[in-house]
Design a protein around this ligand. Structure first.
Ligand code: CP
Length: 310
């Protein structure tokens, strides 16, 4: 079985069968990375460049580990220490790197659509590791994989995404992924951080955190992205926490159990209290662990046609 696409630019471009195939492949790789010998030779002789034009901790390390577990040759590029600072364009930067015989590119970039632009101009497989406020497909895949691990299936499950939906690539990719896999999806946040017409994506909207938590099985809680906010969307962080922050007294007062997720990085004490983030109600570190297996699956499946044609 193969993916229907050569690149992973966004969840929008994946089919339900693609996502199912990624999950089943990730199941196998999760078993591999829990063995004493965690490495397989699947991507031997494949060279992968990780191009990060924006900060990252989890995604960058997770991709690098996934690549090394698959025995790929890995090349790391950070724009802050590169000739981008001297005015080199994205296309020139990537063409120069590809001339060193790179097969796959993992790219994080602040401009929405930058991975699509590259895919239109170069031959390597492109994997979007987050493009501005657009998509973060591997985050959505690892989030959905982690939910599936807890509940067996996503079908009919109710998932609410809480917080700064307006500036979040994680929110959009999660909405696409969860809906493709049959979940019911809602968003919750202050009206100023909910995009206009979001209902056209088939999601419910809650403006009160208690109502959202009463409705859902899973709450995926997002960080307030102050670095993307050039105007004030709410009076103060303190007020945001008062109305939308999730703490243990609130969670304990909800009649059913709610699984808490967060893509990281967490603003402790803002969107989640430390007590909740560190409790057994949260699966935040499971998400990080699953990220490696899911990214191994994505890399392996995108590289598969390449080795079939060798
Ligand atoms: N979740 C996520 O994308 O985290 P990083 O920004 O640290 O990669």
């Amino acid at each position: 079985m193969q993916l229907s696409t050569k690149h992973l630019l966004g969840i929008k471009y994946l089919t339900q069968d693609d996502i199912q195939l990624i999950f089943e492949t990730a199941d196998r790789f999760k078993e591999v990375i829990n063995r004493p010998i965690k490495k397989v030779p699947s991507l031997r002789d494949v060279t992968i460049a990780n191009l990060f034009f924006e900060n990252s901790t989890r995604t960058r390390i997770s991709f690098e580990l996934a690549e090394k577990r698959l025995s790929a040759d890995v090349l790391n590029f950070s724009s802050s220490a590169s000739s981008v600072k001297k005015g080199e364009t994205l296309l020139d930067t990537v063409k120069n790197i590809l001339s060193m015989k790179v097969d796959m590119v993992v790219m994080r970039h602040p401009a929405p659509g930058a991975p699509r632009f590259l895919a239109d101009h170069i031959d390597a497989n492109i994997i979007n590791a987050g493009d501005g406020t657009h998509e973060h497909p591997t985050q959505a895949l690892l989030d959905a994989f982690s939910i599936r691990e807890k509940f067996s299936s996503l079908k009919g499950l109710k998932v609410v995404i809480v917080g700064d939906i307006l500036h979040s690539r994680v929110a959009l990719s999660n909405i696409f992924c969860l809906k493709k896999m049959g979940a019911e999806v809602a968003v919750c946040g202050p009206p100023t951080l909910i995009p206009k017409h979001i209902e056209t994506l088939g999601v419910r909207v809650f403006y009160k955190i208690r109502e959202a938590l009463e409705w859902c099985d899973v709450a995926n809680v997002l960080r307030i992205q102050l670095e993307r906010q050039d105007i004030k969307y709410f009076p103060s962080i303190r007020e945001y926490t008062q109305y939308f922050g999730i703490d243990m007294p609130l969670l304990s007062s909800i009649k059913s159990d709610v699984l808490i997720m967060h893509p990281g990085p967490i603003n402790r004490g803002v969107e989640l209290s430390s007590e909740v983030a560190d409790s057994d109600k949260a699966i935040i570190l499971d998400q990080v662990e699953n990220g490696v297996a899911v990214r191994m699956a994505v890399l392996y499946l995108l590289a598969a046609p390449r080795s079939a044609s060798d």
